[in-house]
Design a protein around this ligand. Structure first.
Ligand SMILES: [Zn+2]
Length: 82
């Protein structure tokens, strides 16, 4: 699994919407990839925090999208292979 694919699946992974097969692929990737581990930690923390409050929740989809885009483009700059 490529980093970009892995990051794309974080939303569904956190929401528990993925098949066991996909979950295992993500977990295997996270085990090997320190980049994605850091991103996943940041991402899941942001989601948890954003889901605590109603006011924040209305902003969360947009915020998370921009967060993910920022992270993905940073990764692309660091490593053209992902
Ligand atoms: Zn990765």
């Amino acid at each position: 699994m490529k980093c970009s694919q892995c990051i794309e699946l974080f939303d569904d992974y956190i929401d528990g919407l993925l098949t066991r097969d996909t979950i295992e692929k993500i977990q295997a990737h996270l085990k090997e990839c320190s980049h994605c581990r850091v991103i996943f930690r940041t991402y899941s923390l942001t989601i948890r925090l954003s889901r605590r409050g109603e006011t924040f929740r209305t902003l969360s989809a947009e915020r998370l999208r921009s967060l993910k885009e920022t992270i993905t483009s940073k990764l692309r700059m660091q490593n053209k292979d992902i």
